[in-house]
Each structure stands twice: as structure tokens, then as C-alpha cells.
Ligand binder design. Sequence first.
Ligand SMILES: NC(=O)c1ccc[n+]([C@@H]2O[C@H](COP(=O)([O-])OP(=O)(O)OC[C@H]3O[C@@H](n4cnc5c(N)ncnc54)[C@H](O)[C@@H]3O)[C@@H](O)[C@H]2O)c1
Length: 253
Amino acid sequence: MDARFTDRVVFVTGGGSGIGRATAQRFAAEGAKVFVVDVNREGIGETLALLRQAGGTAAGDACDVRSAEAVRAAVAETVATFGGLDVLVNAAGIGGFARFEEITAADYARTMGVNVGGAFHTMQAAMTHLLARPGGNIVNIASTAAMRGTAYAAVYSASKAAIVNLTRSVALEFASRGLRANCIAPGGVRTPILRNFMPRGDFEQLLIDYTRPPVPGAFAEPGDIGAAIAFLASDDARVINGAVLLADMGTLA
Ligand SMILES: NC(=O)c1ccc[n+]([C@@H]2O[C@H](COP(=O)([O-])OP(=O)(O)OC[C@H]3O[C@@H](n4cnc5c(N)ncnc54)[C@H](O)[C@@H]3O)[C@@H](O)[C@H]2O)c1
């Protein structure tokens, strides 16, 4: 495997599971020092064990990305541990299907708080550090649900659309200072979150995003998304900025 990130420091949210974990593994395999955070402390422990077993350099901590203060502390811990920060990946996310009338104000606040607030807090906390070294880079995880409306996932879909323009705006604002910021928009990926996206008998609409890639039953593995994220963060993608890379096996084509 290429080692495009030797001695670079990568901060991954949602690193205790799924895409975040696989992304951390990919960066570590390419020589990065990886700091993983997640609200699930047990998941972080498992990820750190996997990274270290594979010979990677890794540290991490529990952190709820809804808290600006907790995020600032985790970013400070990363810089204290590894001496700086080069790449930020926001993979922490929550969501699931529900009929619109069932979504509570608390569900709304939690979904927006994690999916949008989390990316906002980490980008703000990380920015000075990312700008301090050449090649500062951000990859945020949107979804095919960001690119079109999604029946039975209205708030999730809105939160993912918000991430897209949050990322584009940051890309524009910091381009002249050498920073790049992009989104990846996966379709169905085999991770625990999929349990929350099962069609229900009382849904009237067809749910095409997750269930109907052009090759029936095709799902990406978390490592496929980790590989695409590493590409976006690498110099191989140096002319890609403010983009949304669809990684959906053609679902929205
Ligand atoms: N799996 C898919 O099919 C799919 C498709 C499109 C987009 N996505 C997005 O990919 C991202 C990663 O999801 P995944 O598929 O790996 O699911 P996952 O459930 O395996 O991982 C999400 C992680 O985020 C963590 N998390 C939740 N709330 C948090 C908080 N407040 N603070 C810190 N961490 C928190 C969870 O503990 C979990 O470890 C999410 O943003 C998700 O919306 C997933």
C-alpha cells in the first residue's frame, strides 16, 4: 500500500465504529498518526487495539461532538500528543428512518447537533492547527441523502445537505490559505447505522437511496469509503476542493 500520510496527523470523529474506524485504519496503514474520538468509549478501545495490533501509531479519547468544549479538548489533546494536525475527518453521525410526524423536537436537535454541529465544532477547533502546516485537509461525510430529499429521513437528509454547504463554504473561505475541504457522499455501506434504515410496512414511498443501487443488493464495505476519503485527503486530489464525491455504486446516476 502507498504511504501518502507518513508522519501526518489525522483526527477522525466517529472512530469507534463503521466508516470512522475503517478510515482510521486506512490512514494508519498509510503511515499517519491517528487520533480517534467517539461518544462510545468501548468502540474507541476496540479501534485503538486494532490500529496498534497492525503496527499503527494511534491515540484516542471519548468525546461527544455536540459539545464545542469537549471537541476543543480532544483537538488540544491530539496536538499535545502528536505535535500538530494535518487532516480532519468527520465520520460521527446518527440517523434512521421514521415517519415525519413521529420525529420529535429532541430527535431534530440531536440529529442536527451531531451531524452538523459536530462538523462545525471540529472544523472550528481544528482550523488554526490545520492552517499552521502545509496541506491542511478536511473530509466530511455527507450521504446520497444530501443530494435529494429522502422520504422517512427528513431531518437526516436536511442535516446531510447542510454538511455539504458547510464544507463548500469552508473550502471557499480557506482556499487561498492552502486548505482543502471536501465531502464524500456514500450510498449503502455495511455498518451498524444501517439497522436504523430498514423500510417499514407503513411506508408508502419507495426508498431508493439505500435499497436500489443498479446492482441489486450491492453494499459498500467501510474500507471502500475509507479508501475514497484517503484519496480526497491526499495530494492525489490536490485540485479537488469543495467537491462532493459520490461513493454510491451508481445509485444516483
Ligand atoms: N452506512 C451507510 O450506509 C452510510 C451511508 C451514507 C452516509 N453515512 C454516514 O457515514 C457516517 C459514519 O456512519 P457509519 O455508517 O460508520 O455508522 P456507525 O453507526 O457505525 O458509526 C457512527 C459513529 O458515530 C458515533 N457517534 C454518534 N454520535 C456521536 C457523538 N455525539 N459524538 C461522537 N461520536 C458519535 C457512534 O458512536 C458511531 O461509532 C455517518 O455520518 C453516516 O450518516 C453512512
